[in-house]
Ligand binder design. Structure first.
Ligand code: SAM
Length: 181
């Protein structure tokens, strides 16, 4: 079984939007406890590679290349780049959410910063034509983040999977086909 119900959101988006599209190398940001990584490992098959990053430790998942670290830190990025080993990344998925402080502006700014970092990472290391899925909270930064995403990707669609509780403010930016730089 899956470690979290979050798996069903990813499966739903993949079913509707062909997110994985034969991806072989997948980077899963904020992967703990690991259900998206479980889905990704199934999708990439035996020749593929899934690299997961999280602040939290996870119980090992067979075939997951797990990096325990903070994605906002250079050292974690360096370890991620080592794991990618100069190959082209086919798909980036990010379910990262900051630990909430309860202060609305602070939480929105932290969340937006994570999204920007994921877009920067994708701009640099995702292959041209590659896809990206990013969790975003609908706050004051939302439109700016969509604009940023549209600079990098040919098509940016907002998805709210059925499996995502309707009351939560989270949505997913489905970013399709990275543009040539
Ligand atoms: N997709 C996961 C799954 O299916 O099991 C669930 C992810 S959970 C909603 C969000 C995760 O993002 C948390 O485990 C949290 O530790 C992680 N996270 C938040 N900020 C992070 C950061 N700066 N670097 C790495 N991971 C981070």
């Amino acid at each position: 079984g899956y470690r979290s119900r979050a798996a069903y959101k990813l499966l739903e988006i993949d079913r509707d939007d062909n997110l994985f599209n034969k991806a072989q190398i997948v980077v899963d940001l904020g992967c703990a406890p690991g259900s998206w990584s479980q889905v990704a490992i199934g999708k990439v098959g035996v020749n593929g590679k899934v690299i997961g990053v999280d602040l939290l430790e996870i119980d090992p998942i067979p075939r997951l290349n797990f990096i325990h670290g903070d994605f906002t830190e250079q050292e974690t990025l360096n370890r991620l780049l080592m794991a990618i080993d100069n190959k082209e990344v086919d798909l980036v998925i990010s379910d990262m959410a900051p630990n909430l402080s309860g202060i609305k502006n602070v939480d929105q700014a932290r969340s937006a910063y994570l999204v920007e970092l994921v877009l920067d990472f994708s701009a640099s290391y995702l292959k041209v034509g590659g896809n990206c899925l990013i969790k975003v909270f609908q706050g004051s930064e939302f439109e700016d983040l969509v604009k940023l995403a549209r600079n990098v990707f040919t098509q940016v669609i907002i998805r709210k999977p059925e499996a995502s509780r309707s009351k939560s403010k989270e949505v997913y930016l489905l970013c399709k086909s990275k543009k040539p730089m």
